[in-house]
Design a protein around this ligand. Structure first.
Ligand code: C2E
Ligand code: MG
Ligand code: MG
Ligand code: MG
Length: 277
């Protein structure tokens, strides 16, 4: 914060608040515009088998190519989208883009594995979501079974009647369902039992300090055991080094995801890297 030095604190504070409000407002209208006229982008990060060798699936992660600010990551605009009531629209836009790119690859003879798409709290509360998913898949002649959906513990805290129905209909249509960032949100184990999950993703905050942090080892091991016991597959997020990989392999984690293998990349780069011979 070198810039702050030598300037009057209260003046700076006022102008900072104003700037933030102004730039938030600008961002909001630019986002609205982008969702209306063009599209957000999607990057993909591979989820690897337990050896870290083969790609099992791809996770779709939204990106915004802003005209002046360049590539923006979700932390830089999801809050704005949320407070502007744009989350459902944003989710539909991501889904459309994912299905279009799946179609494009398939037309080029490239077999893309399952694509995992993050769903927001706002999306799972809309009873028409399954219909939208089926419709978009239908437009691209993509089987719904090529999709997996990720929800966080916090995003399934709302009206459990509607959410349960929406998630069940997605699964009935052929999609798989994963619980994301597991262990960091508010959830009860009975939610895990009552909703049709087939996969748990261990939050990267628990993976970060493996194998040195004993508490993280214990938590990760117990989540792997929980998944095994419930007949679910388990993915470790945030695998960044060989020590993480070796420990997780030894403990029987099914799938690995993280910078050790790849950062999220544009679709063309993913195809070039993993699917061209
Ligand atoms: P997430 O679903 O848990 O996605 C994983 C995040 O961790 C991604 O950040 C990814 O780039 C990052 N990551 C992956 N491997 C590593 C690693 O080895 N080390 C570290 N430090 N980070 C790693 P990203 O793309 O910035 O996304 C952040 C979050 O934004 C996502 O967390 C997800 O909750 C949300 N998000 C992203 N795309 C969408 C979307 O299309 N819809 C909704 N509703 N949420 C999304
Ligand atoms: Mg995710
Ligand atoms: Mg996650
Ligand atoms: Mg996470």
């Amino acid at each position: 914060h070198a810039k702050r030095q030598g300037r009057d604190r209260s003046t700076l504070f006022d102008s900072e608040i104003q700037m933030t409000a102004r730039s938030r407002f600008a961002l909001e209208s630019e986002l609205r515009e982008t969702l209306q006229t063009s599209s957000l982008d999607v990057f993909y990060q591979p989820i690897m088998d337990r050896m870290g060798k083969k790609v099992e699936s791809l996770e779709a992660l939204v990106r915004w190519h802003h005209p002046t600010r360049g590539w923006l990551s979700p932390i830089e605009f999801l809050d704005v989208a949320r407070s502007a009531g744009l989350m459902y629209k944003l989710g539909a836009c991501v889904l459309r883009r994912v299905c279009e790119q799946w179609r494009e690859a398939t037309d080029r003879g490239i077999h893309v594995p399952t694509v995992s798409v993050n769903l927001s709290a706002e999306q799972v509360l809309v009873p028409e979501l399954p219909k939208l998913v089926k419709q978009i898949c239908n437009e691209q002649q993509m089987p719904v079974s090529a999709l997996q959906f990720e929800v966080t513990e916090d995003s399934i805290q709302g009206d459990s009647g509607v959410i349960g129905k929406v998630l069940e209909q997605l699964v009935d249509a052929g999609a798989e369902l994963a619980i994301d960032d597991f262990g960091t949100g508010y959830s009860s184990l009975s939610r895990l039992k009552s909703l049709p999950f087939s996969r748990i993703k261990i939050d990267r905050s628990f993976i970060n300090n493996l194998p040195d942090d004993e508490d993280d080892c214990a938590i990760t091991l117990s989540i792997i055991g929980l998944a095994r016991g419930l007949g679910l597959s388990v993915v470790a997020e945030g695998v960044e080094n060989k020590a993480h990989e070796a420990w997780l392999f030894e403990k029987g984690c099914d799938y690995l995801q993280g910078y050790l293998y790849s950062k999220p990349l544009p679709f063309s780069e993913i195809i070039g890297r993993y699917y061209s011979d």
